[in-house]
Design a protein around this ligand. Structure first.
Ligand SMILES: Nc1ncnc2c1ncn2[C@@H]1O[C@H](COP(=O)(O)OP(=O)(O)OP(=O)(O)O)[C@@H](O)[C@H]1O
Ligand SMILES: [Mg+2]
Length: 379
């Protein structure tokens, strides 16, 4: 799968743009604040129908305009798809605007979910370093999103689990009559345990798979100097169990054992909603001990693993978007990363402040452009 063409009208700082891409590596060089991230965001919008940077679509419209149009041509399995996406601010009442979003595939209006089913993209942006450095909730979000994409059943169990958890927390918060409280908690506990155990087991299995792939990439990029290990941290299990009845029993025991504590704190303290995972390089936790380059390389290895999982499921590679990936990586890591991408024949878009990061072999095989003030020039 690859993007052939992109056209933009009044999108962010691009007033008018028309550009063709190569199915291999596309490099965009530019100083700060010229439109590099904006361009990657536009490519993502064409294939996914939403931004990976903001939930507020209004931000995508150029400041001096009321609407924006994006057009892209995608080739998938030798078939061409034309995607149109438009956003229009319509005046509803005095001073109040409504944003109308329209997505078309081959001139037919479609829902975003149809676009999502057909086309995939993997993004690395500097904010993704938070997967390593940030709070456990960011890692849980990463896990939930990744697994839901692959197993729809996981998403169903996840929403069920959070609904049950909400009910249970409500009882813990509101119930004054202590006897009634215990009885009402008992109603929800078996369901919480059933759904929660499924989530824990699926997460452990998924991380095992992603660990296998990410470690292979990590070793390649670091020339065998570093290995990567991902460890699921459950507040119920001592080690990474893969037996559902064992997990359920441990969950049940934990809740029973700590019921008084939950009543005291008025909140559910145990279950996958409190779990986390650790990323280790050569056995040390990189969130605490890793250098910036090691953290960046690990996120990249995770993203490369994501690429492989999508390929495994869909039969074709998604589009790979790498924003400002080169800084903090030494020459050797940069070289192995780019070689790896070239070998895979994944259509890749890389932004960078300097062309010096790319060696002559890579430059020869890539399409290189310069971004300046919302305009793109071939180099
Ligand atoms: N809706 C918008 N309308 C017009 N300009 C916008 C809009 N949204 C963002 N911009 C501007 O677009 C410019 C380019 O932003 P972008 O994030 O793409 O920069 P960049 O090239 O990635 O820079 P950096 O190297 O610092 O990451 C910024 O000056 C930003 O203020
Ligand atoms: Mg940027």
């Amino acid at each position: 799968m690859y993007l052939k063409t992109l056209r933009l009208n009044n999108y962010r700082n691009f007033l008018k743009l028309s550009i063709n891409f190569t199915p291999n590596l596309n490099i965009f060089i530019g100083d700060n604040a010229q439109g590099k991230t904006n361009l990657l965001e536009a490519l993502y919008l064409i294939i996914r129908g939403n931004s990976y940077r903001t939930k507020n679509d209004q931000e995508l419209i150029n400041w001096s305009n009321k609407s924006t149009c994006l057009y892209g041509e995608i080739n998938k399995d030798e078939e061409n798809f034309q995607i149109n996406l438009s956003l229009e601010k319509k005046l509803e009442s005095f001073n109040k605007f409504k944003l109308i979003k329209t997505i078309k595939i081959n001139q037919n209006i479609q829902r975003k979910s149809i676009l999502n089913k057909e086309f995939k993209g993997v993004v690395f942006s500097p904010e993704h370093l938070q997967i390593i450095k940030g709070a456990p909730s960011i890692r849980r979000k990463f896990l939930n999103e990744q697994i839901s994409q692959i197993y729809p059943l996981y998403y169903r169990h996840l929403t069920d689990y959070y609904r049950i958890l909400g009910q249970r927390n409500n009882i813990l918060k509101k119930e004054i009559n202590q006897r009634g409280l215990r009885e009402r908690l008992l109603i929800w506990d078996p369901q919480l345990i059933e759904k929660g155990s499924f989530l824990i087991l699926t997460r452990i299995r998924f991380l095992k798979k992603i660990n296998y792939l990410a470690d292979k990439f990590h070793q390649k990029i670091t020339k065998g100097k570093e290995n990567l290990k991902i460890i699921y941290q459950s507040n119920i299990l001592k080690d990474q169990q893969e037996n559902i009845s064992f997990i359920s029993r441990a969950f049940e025991d934990k809740i029973k054992e700590h019921k008084e504590k939950e009543i005291k704190y008025k909140i559910s303290l145990f279950g996958p909603h409190r779990d986390d995972f650790l990323v280790c390089i050569n056995e040390f936790n990189i969130a605490s001990y890793g250098s910036q380059g090691q953290q960046r390389t690990s996120v990249l290895s995770l993203k490369l693993a994501e690429l492989e999982l999508i390929k495994e499921r869909e039969g074709v590679y998604p589009i790979f978007l790498l924003d400002d990936v080169m800084s903090e990586l030494d020459e050797e890591r940069r070289h192995f990363l780019l070689e790896l991408i070239m070998d895979k024949k994944v259509q890749t878009f890389i932004t960078s402040i300097s062309l010096d990061y790319f060696n002559s072999n890579i430059k020869e095989k890539s399409k290189i452009s310069k971004i300046e003030g919302g305009k793109i020039f071939a180099l």
